[in-house]
Design a protein around this ligand. Sequence first.
Ligand SMILES: NC(=O)c1ccc[n+]([C@@H]2O[C@H](COP(=O)([O-])OP(=O)(O)OC[C@H]3O[C@@H](n4cnc5c(N)ncnc54)[C@H](OP(=O)(O)O)[C@@H]3O)[C@@H](O)[C@H]2O)c1
Length: 257
Amino acid sequence: MTTLATVITGASSGIGEALAHLFAPEHQTLVLVARRKDRLDVLAKELNSKHGIKVHVIAQDLQEVGAAATLMNAISALNLTVDTLVNNAGFGVSAPFAKADGAKTSGMMQLNMVTLTELTHMVLPAMLERRHGRIMNIASVAAFQACPYFAVYAATKAYVLSFTEALAAEVADRGVLVTAVCPGSTATGFHEVANSQGALINKISDSPEMVAEEAYKALNNGKVVVVTGLFNKPLPAINRLLPRKTMTWAVTKMMGR
Ligand SMILES: NC(=O)c1ccc[n+]([C@@H]2O[C@H](COP(=O)([O-])OP(=O)(O)OC[C@H]3O[C@@H](n4cnc5c(N)ncnc54)[C@H](OP(=O)(O)O)[C@@H]3O)[C@@H](O)[C@H]2O)c1
């Protein structure tokens, strides 16, 4: 018999690590995925001793073409069925687009959009058949408007938000919960990886634990989109009210370039 599992990508730090702490008390088998195996091993040991659950670690680069199929094969080999999928792994590239590293930018698109979509496509049919499952996709407040100097990153997150909202409508009332999470600036390793430490937008950052808490509640309450953090909540409404050009100008200023 197969065992139901919660799979969290990008669990080696930040929001993904904080989410792992929230899913662990549910007592479902956990699968933690990222590249930094040492960090995943430490987290797995901690969650196992705290909650007595089985925690599997899969060290994998999810920005490689075909990564979703490789990961799903590894999960099947463990005789696990994905009951909850948290598509959290992602990174940003902050630079004037003309100067951005091309390979890094393509890898970001592959991870933030393609792997997320392929994983979702691979787990959804069985969830619908069982009439049970949860999918959490981490987008960003950057999904709501164009972000100069973060142009491709914001576009990948607009994709995640649009895809997730559409999917949630398709599977409504069929037993599968689907949530897009839109955090604002969060104090994680993200800004160092993205090279966006200097952006004005980062002056107020939420903690990854707070973002994870809101995301977790929203998923279980069947909320389709959650914007985390008090200061970020009005952003979708502001975006609807102001002309796009004005929003783009304001974001350019906030990127501090
Ligand atoms: N921090 C923010 O301000 C912010 C705001 C809005 C949205 N977000 C989104 O939140 C999500 C989590 O980011 P975070 O803020 O928690 O940053 P983080 O601490 O840098 O975490 C990113 C996670 O993604 C994993 N990851 C990155 N590239 C990967 C790859 N090629 N293959 C497998 N795993 C990979 C990292 O693990 P390894 O390095 O070990 O592989 C890490 O576990 C991302 O989707 C990000 O876009 C962040």
